[in-house]
Structures are given as structure tokens and as C-alpha cells.
Design a protein around this ligand. Structure first.
Ligand code: GRF
Length: 238
């Protein structure tokens, strides 16, 4: 296997996406390894996860830097010193400046809990529920200077249920985040992704997956599987 790409993960809190990435990096054939975890918040729980996994974990507190440029130059220096080639923002709650993002162009990934380009920014689950959406989800994308924008590498669609609260929907979406972030990093670190005209193009074969329909109509008259796959014996009711 080629050398694994060295990854720096930026966090601000809980670190459950970081945990999913750490777990993925344990795989023998996984093309990335986490070289450093940086938190802008001293108490971030993710710092302990990283240390427990034997990964260098440091705090660069934005409040201890006189301005954004100084804060970001400290982050940049730490990443370079650790030999980082790819950066993953995983619940990192600071907006990065245009010049920082440009200096890591197509080498910074971010995860956002909505189906981008819809619901950029804060509180996406509240807004999805308010708007009555039936399907939400999450996206991993290359970062650009505008918040939650940039070429999309991977997305997962998640059904919205009638009795959802923002927290319940967030928990369902989070499970999907833990699947797609390791997948997206695998594709990018493995060199299988190209950005062409601000769209992600895959260098190898892509497989079409079935649509996610919510609610899933599986009664005799309106069976989604019948519509999608031809005759279906309606076992989906059981
Ligand atoms: C995730 O929902 C992520 O998409 C968003 O912030 C949350 C971070 O969660 N940007 P965690 O720290 O990875 O558990």
C-alpha cells in the first residue's frame, strides 16, 4: 500500500466524528492516519478521545490569540509541523478565513448535518423540521471560504419522522455522519477524487444506489419496491 496520508483533525467539542475517523484509520487498508488533533476549545471531549488513541492532541484557543490571523497561523504551523497533508474539520465551530482555506485548497474537508447546498449554517435540524421536509441528511465537502460550501464528496439521506424533535433528527443524522466521513476521507486520501469545475468527479466506477423514499410506501397498492424493481411479493410489510 502507498504511504498513508497524514490527516489533521480540527474539533471544538464532543468528537464523535473524530471517533469514527480514528476507528476507520485502524483498518489495515485505510489510506489515511491521524497525525494531530487540534481543538480551539480547552474542554473539548474529543481531545481525550485522541489522547486515548495515542494521537497528539493540542489546544489552540482562539480566545488566547489577538486576532483570527494569529489564531490561524498557529493552527497552520501545528499542521505543517505534524506533516499534515489533509485537514478534516469535525465539529470545528470557527469560521476559517479565505486565505487559510485557500492555503489548503482541496485539502480541507468539512462535515455538515444537512443535505447541502440546503440548510447551510447553524441549526439545520430545527429549520428542516420547521419547513416540513421529509428527508434530511448530511454532507462531506471540500471547504471553501463561504460557510458550508464547496464541492460535495459524499452525502447520506435520512428520513424525517413525524414525531421528530431537532435532537432526535440530529441523532439519526449523526449516525449517518459517522458512516460518510470515513468513506469520504477514504476516497480523498486514496486519490480517487478529482475536483473539476467545482464538482467532485470520481476516477473509478460509481454504483447507483436506490432512492431513499420517506415515508417508505410499502402497502399492496403503493409498494415502492414494486415501482422500483418490478414485481415484489410485498414481504416488505412484515
Ligand atoms: C456534527 O453534527 C457535525 O456535522 C457538525 O457538528 C457536529 C459535531 O459533532 N458540524 P461531533 O463533535 O463530531 O460529535
Amino acid at each position: 500500500m502507498n504511504a498513508r496520508k497524514k490527516v489533521g483533525v480540527l474539533i471544538s467539542g464532543r468528537g464523535s466524528n473524530l471517533a469514527a475517523l480514528i476507528e476507520a484509520c485502524r483498518g489495515d487498508d485505510y489510506p489515511a492516519e491521524i497525525a494531530i488533533v487540534i481543538s480551539n476549545r480547552p474542554g473539548a471531549e474529543g481531545l481525550e478521545l485522541a489522547s486515548a488513541a495515542g494521537i497528539a492532541a493540542i489546544i489552540i484557543d482562539h480566545k488566547a490569540s489577538a486576532n483570527r490571523e494569529i489564531f490561524e497561523s498557529r493552527i497552520g504551523d501545528a499542521l505543517v509541523k505534524a506533516g499534515v497533508e489533509l485537514v478534516c474539520c469535525a465539529g470545528f465551530m470557527r469560521l476559517l478565513t479565505e486565505s487559510f482555506v485557500a492555503s489548503w485548497h482541496d485539502r480541507i474537508l468539512n462535515i455538515h448535518p444537512s443535505l447541502l447546498p440546503s440548510y447551510r449554517g447553524l441549526d439545520p435540524h430545527e429549520r428542516v423540521l420547521r419547513d416540513g421536509g421529509r428527508i434530511s441528511g448530511c454532507s462531506v465537502h471540500f471547504m471553501r471560504a463561504e460557510m458550508d460550501s464547496g464541492p460535495i464528496v459524499a452525502q447520506a439521506a435520512v428520513p424525517v419522522l413525524s414525531d421528530d424533535t431537532p435532537d432526535r433528527l440530529a441523532a439519526r443524522v449523526l449516525k449517518a455522519e459517522h458512516m460518510i466521513y470515513p468513506l469520504a476521507l477514504k476516497l480523498v486520501a486514496g486519490g480517487r477524487v478529482q475536483v473539476l469545475e467545482e464538482r467532485v468527479v470520481f476516477k473509478d466506477h460509481e454504483t447507483a444506489t436506490p432512492p431513499l423514499i420517506s415515508p417508505w410506501p410499502c402497502d399492496q397498492d403503493m409498494c415502492a419496491r414494486t415501482a422500483l424493481e418490478g414485481n415484489h411479493p410485498h414481504q416488505c410489510r412484515d
